[in-house]
Design a protein. Structure first.
Length: 304
């Protein structure tokens, strides 16, 4: 069984559907409201668990109703919550997500307890990190805690996967111990100053990022698929053609499933194509974790 440890954020997502994204100072009438479970860390952990992986999560939630709901959800998804702490001083992280009728979105995140996940918290979870096949981190928690998680992982040769989202300044010390760095188009532009509007541009940006340390860079390109830079070789993997209704969580579905497929020792190209298929499926349904496929659906999607 694949073992995945996710060190990252837990949020309650509040999603609003509107005809289009609002302009500054504008009030729009929406058509749908949905509350659900999110946070990049939580999303990626749930996606990995739905693939049958043994998943542990290192995170912080508030000592409030949202935190209680998140903990119940993780346990229902068979995620080990030993290292999910309830913080009495800070509220649970919250995200407001606006999705328009063209399936474009914008997101506001209030970190709350996520901002207080410390390196000490990570060290307390060292055993879960070291026995994993892959450790997955994002940047909705302090970067020093991400660095601590990867340093602990590397003491046992554990694969490290970094989703640099939201993009921020990254120390080269972190990138040098990152096996897979997986930004989207806007994130890699923020990290490198190079646009990724075309596949050729994405490759140049990926090479610039790889030059700072990651062994491999994968740039997720939405409906255009994903670009893989592995060593000197670059390859574009096309996305499945689907009727997209909500892109929320697609990137997390990609990363969570890729972590599992790699932990199952599938060839990199196969793992990436299958993760692409899982991500494409999620955009055909509303919500984040609620849109993630079940075990049976995943088997149908990837042919297992």
């Amino acid at each position: 069984m694949a073992r995945v440890c996710v060190v990252g954020s837990s949020n309650m997502d509040l999603t609003f559907r509107t005809p289009r994204l609002p302009q500054p100072g504008e009030t729009l009438a929406g058509s749908l409201f949905h509350s659900g479970f999110g946070g990049k860390g939580g999303n990626q952990a749930v996606m990995a668990a739905r693939l049958g992986a043994q998943v542990s999560l290192v995170s912080r939630v508030g000592h409030d109703s949202f935190g209680e709901q998140l903990l119940r959800n993780y346990r229902a998804e068979h995620i080990d919550t030993t290292h999910v702490q309830q913080d009495a001083q800070h509220h649970t992280g919250t995200a407001a997500i606006i999705v328009d009728d063209q399936a474009q979105n914008c997101i506001i995140v209030i970190p709350g307890a996520n901002a207080h996940l410390t390196p000490d918290d990570v060290r307390a979870a060292a055993s879960a990190i070291q026995r994993a096949d892959a450790v997955v981190c994002q940047l909705e928690i302090p970067v020093e805690s991400v660095l601590e998680a990867f340093q602990i992982a590397k003491t046992q040769g554990v694969r490290t996967i970094l989703n640099p989202a939201p993009a921020s300044t990254l120390p080269d010390a972190l990138l040098r111990i990152t096996d897979f760095c997986i930004p989207n188009e806007s994130e890699i532009e923020s990290l490198t100053g190079k646009s990724a509007n075309t596949a050729a541009q994405a490759e140049k940006a990926a090479r610039a990022l790889q030059g700072r340390g990651p062994a491999s860079v994968i740039v997720t390109l939405g409906e255009r698929g994903a670009l893989l830079l592995h060593g000197e070789d670059a390859e574009l993997f096309s996305a499945a053609s689907v009727n997209a209704v909500d892109p929320s969580g697609a990137g997390d579905a990609f990363i969570g499933s890729l972590a599992v497929f790699l932990s199952q020792d599938r060839p990199l190209s196969v793992a990436l194509r299958q993760a692409n298929a899982v991500a494409a499926f999620t955009v055909t349904r509303h919500g984040t974790q609620g849109a993630f496929p079940t075990n049976a659906e995943i088997a149908a999607i990837i042919g297992d």
